[in-house]
Design a protein around this ligand. Structure first.
Ligand SMILES: NC(=O)c1ccc[n+]([C@@H]2O[C@H](COP(=O)([O-])OP(=O)(O)OC[C@H]3O[C@@H](n4cnc5c(N)ncnc54)[C@H](OP(=O)(O)O)[C@@H]3O)[C@@H](O)[C@H]2O)c1
Length: 241
């Protein structure tokens, strides 16, 4: 994928943290966005920060609900014919407790949002991705989904929900070779999800020590998305130091 002007990009979890930074960043690069979010109020606020706000599509969808995803893609069919890039950034997280201390509802929420939700959004996006000549999927995982790097602030259920996604991305990558759709697992360490896209890691070091900036993460996503199909980055780990 070279240049993002007029590329159609679907971003989940677009009203907060990385998803929001990606929405603002890619709007500045001229992309046409399809923005998935749960909360209309946050979506209205986001619109004020986007370039060319009128050319994007805004969708309220709960990715933990299969019905909500199915209805969303049925409606999308009437508005857009293809998607060039899908970025699955929506995710649920709980502060660290032991696995036994987590409620059943918390474990179910993590699996339904992070794993099931991402898989179903990707499944329903496939018919749109297949119509692009340059299609790509980037799944935002976590450094805690690496055996070498079980992250201190993550719960077992969170890490497992992302671990499952890593396998999903790898196997789907193989299955979609014929269709030339490239998939990437991005494993970020901790980042300051309340920082701004315009703040560098150096500038935010005092407020959020040992966290990477949304600016750096956005630049990494742009780098992945700019590769050609023949030099796809299957997996990228970005560590905290
Ligand atoms: N922050 C970190 O340090 C870190 C580190 C490693 C990986 N990650 C991963 O990176 C991604 C982005 O993280 P972040 O910290 O930027 O997240 P965040 O600020 O917590 O934002 C998460 C987004 O996902 C949306 N979302 C959650 N559940 C949803 C559902 N059921 N249906 C639709 N949307 C839903 C949220 O919507 P609402 O605003 O409506 O809640 C929000 O827009 C996540 O996948 C996360 O697991 C984060």
């Amino acid at each position: 994928m070279s240049g993002f002007s007029n590329k159609t990009i679907l971003i989940t979890g677009s009203t907060s943290g990385l998803g929001k930074a990606l929405a603002i960043g890619f709007s500045r690069l001229g992309a046409k966005l399809i923005l998935f979010a749960r909360n209309n109020e946050k979506l209205e606020k986001l619109k004020l920060e986007l370039e060319n706000a009128n050319q994007h599509i805004y969708v309220i969808v709960d990715i933990a609900s299969p019905k909500s995803i199915q209805d969303t893609f049925e409606k999308l069919n009437k508005k857009r014919k293809y998607i060039d890039l899908l970025i699955n950034s929506a995710g649920s997280w709980f502060p660290k407790v032991t696995f036994e201390e987590m409620s059943d509802e918390q474990i179910i929420e993590l699996v339904q949002t992070n794993t099931q939700g991402t898989m179903l959004v990707t499944k329903h996006a496939l018919s749109f991705l297949k119509k692009s000549s340059d299609a790509r999927v980037i799944n935002i995982l976590s450094a805690s989904a690496l055996s070498s790097n079980f992250h201190a602030v993550s719960t077992v259920a969170f890490a497992a929900s992302k671990w499952a996604l890593a396998g999903f991305t790898e196997t789907l990558n193989e299955e979609l070779k014929e269709q030339k759709i490239a998939l990437t697992n991005l494993f970020p360490g901790g980042f300051a999800n309340e920082s701004s896209l315009d703040t560098s890691t150096e500038e935010m070091k005092n407020e959020y020590p040992n966290m990477m900036s949304l600016k750096e993460l956005f630049e990494s996503v742009v780098f992945i998305a700019s590769r050609s199909y023949d030099s796809n980055i299957r997996s990228l780990v970005i560590d905290n130091r």
